[in-house]
Design a protein around this ligand. Structure first.
Ligand code: UDP
Length: 351
């Protein structure tokens, strides 16, 4: 198939591109290169001669994206391009709505103009907002009440797509779309080519590993007085390769057609939670390094405990986490961090 991957030079998008190329697909990456890494294209191109193309363009540039879609005869879109920091979205909501909501609208224009009828949309468990104890594990029917502008951009994305799908259905036109609501994505490609290189970096596992590398003095634990067994927050960490599996399964299951069942939503998380302290302990085991910690106040907006109920995605798509073991997940990340202490800049320096 010919697949457009927006945001294909970013952390999750790049792993999807690698997987799609391995499966023999042709991939067009569009990325504005704002937070992505152009190096990804150079690393993946030789693995699939003639099957990977790249356009440096913002998805808000609908006409150029539509041209590229037509030129490459795109059949399916995986839409990763988005900003994804909760804290930043609170400080600069306009930028988030512009990138994530206007960007989606622009992409939909391009898809409609070029008659592409399948879309896998990166959504987030942050669309659920604060979930109460009796709603955990979280399933897809949990009410969606996001508490951050970021979460709201993702929920609005889902709503736009539902309306679009309904309009297509009523007009007798084909369209199929799947929302994947990610939990905490982590780890790196096990072949050691692709990694996680964010600037700024705020996510727990990369920050812990950068502390293990000595690039940070300590890891701050945001809150130790939560009502959880060890007092720290619990999250559902899902390996990026397992997340990509979910995308491929969703893509293959989508049957564009006129009628009901065109839109599906699945949570993607392994179905068990690990606490911040468990993550740090695991990283100590895996790295063999000390990793100093400092206990800090709670971070605003952090729910004490969130993890997924993977029943729906398991039953409907046959998805199962292949890397559910925490040490194994962290080991895949550590392998990359150790070899690339300066992120993708190290990858280029090594070539
Ligand atoms: N966390 C922490 N120290 C850090 C970064 C994160 O204690 O330096 C905690 C954070 O409060 C949350 C968990 O680790 O409970 C996961 O945070 P992350 O930012 O990775 O993902 P989130 O769940 O916020 O999307």
């Amino acid at each position: 198939m010919n697949i457009l991957v927006t945001g294909g030079t970013g952390y999750i998008g790049s792993h999807a591109v690698q997987r799609l190329l391995r499966e023999g697909h042709r991939v067009l990456v569009v990325d504005n290169d704002f937070r992505g890494h152009r190096e990804v294209i150079d690393l993946l191109s030789p693995t699939a001669p003639g099957r990977l193309s790249f356009r440096e363009v913002d998805i808000n540039n609908s006409a150029v994206v539509a041209d590229a879609i037509r030129y490459e005869k795109i059949e399916t879109v995986m839409h990763f391009a988005a900003l994804a920091y909760v804290g930043e979205s609170v400080d600069d909501p306009v930028r988030y709505y512009h990138n994530n909501v206007t960007g989606l609208l622009s992409l939909l224009h391009a898809m409609r103009d070029s008659k592409v009828t399948r879309l896998v949309f990166s959504s987030s468990c942050s669309t659920y907002g604060e979930v109460s104890g009796d709603q955990i594990p979280v399933d897809e029917d949990c009410p969606q009440n996001p508490v951050s502008p970021y979460g709201r951009t993702k929920l609005q994305g889902e709503q736009i797509l539902l309306d679009f799908a309904e309009a297509q259905r009523r007009a007798g036109r084909e369209f199929a779309c799947t929302f994947l609501r990610y939990f905490n994505v982590c780890g790196c490609d096990r072949s050691g080519v692709l990694g996680e290189d964010h600037e700024p970096e705020t996510h727990l596992i990369p920050v812990v590993l950068r502390t293990a590398l000595g690039q940070r003095e300590y890891i701050g634990i945001f809150g130790t007085d939560y009502d959880t067994p060890d007092g720290t927050c619990i999250r559902d960490y899902v390996h990026v390769e397992d997340l990509v599996d979910a995308h491929v399964l969703a893509m293959n299951a989508m049957k564009p057609g006129v009628g009901a069942g065109q839109v599906a939503a699945y949570n993607v998380g392994i179905g068990r939670g690990y606490s911040v302290r468990q993550i740090i302990e695991s990283a100590r085991r895996v790295t063999g390094r000390e990793i100093p910690v400092r206990e800090m106040p709670r971070r605003a907006g952090d729910p004490p405990q969130v993890y997924n109920n993977p029943k729906k995605i398991r039953e409907a798509l046959g998805w199962e986490a292949r890397i559910p073991d925490l040490d194994e997940m962290i080991r895949t990340a550590w392998t990359w961090f150790e070899k690339h202490p300066n992120g993708y800049r190290s990858a280029v320096a090594q070539r």
